[in-house]
Design a binder for this molecule. Sequence first.
Ligand code: SF4
Length: 319
Amino acid sequence: MPLHVILANPRGFCAGVTRAIDIVERAIDRFGAPVYVRHEIVHNRFVVDQLRDKGAVFVDELSDVPAGATTILSAHGVAKAVQKEAKERNLPVIDATCPLVTKVHIQGRRYAKAGRQIVLIGHAGHAEVIGTIGQIDAPVVLVSSADEVAALPFEPDTPIAYVTQTTLSVDDTRGIIAALHERFSDVAGPDVDDICYATQNRQTAVRKLAEVSDVLIVVGSRNSSNSNRLREIGAEMGIRSYLVDGGDDVDPAWVDGVDTVGITAGASAPDALVESVIAKLGRLRDLTVSQLEGVSENVEFSLPPILRRHDTAVRAAAE
Ligand code: SF4
């Protein structure tokens, strides 16, 4: 009996991750190795190792960056204090913050300026959450569940505005937003169109995939919030669901007696790792591989001007 492998669509890299990786590679090309990257550029071990091999040095804090070294800020965004520190040290900085994360920062600041109490819906300790809180010059309270809304220490008529971590979808935040509206009389928040298209599309696709699969394999690193969420959705839908870094992590017992395996990948996981999972399954069983229909994505974000200028110069020199 062959094992049927079905791939979710869309899956894997989003526009923000593609841009961030592109920024590191072009910066190495433009300024020479090493370039210093504060925090993992995206939450994927394979991507980070590949960039390290090319000449990126990953550091936890700017204090680990030598004077004058080219410094890249990760896709998750950083607090204003980090930008200030870079400026004080005169570090040449290239910001790889995803434009959709920057949009959340701008929304948060706008709501705070309008005098609203900001509620950030997200997970404590996530790099993006730390960055967003540090970008808003006003108190921000973090909530990660509807129950936490009940414990907020504000009067019911307090003007509230919420913003959300980008790796949460409309489905993830719906209950929390409903709880805010129930508890407070004046609640503002971004339009549904403002949420991250990639997070929503990958979650919609994995739900569809879980309906036709016996087992779900999600390719992504353990510290990737959106990859973990994809695995959780599979589990919530009642199928065995596993998160793997690549083919080596696949346990043959997972597909014993199984007819159909669904595979998807988090927004920071490259397709090469999906291929490695398929290759591993192919060593265990005969396979058929097909793809589910899904939304086609054509989002692209432009590069920071300093790297665009280099492109233009290189092209001009070649002509
Ligand atoms: Fe940007 Fe969305 Fe990708 Fe995060 S998941 S990097 S917000 S496009």
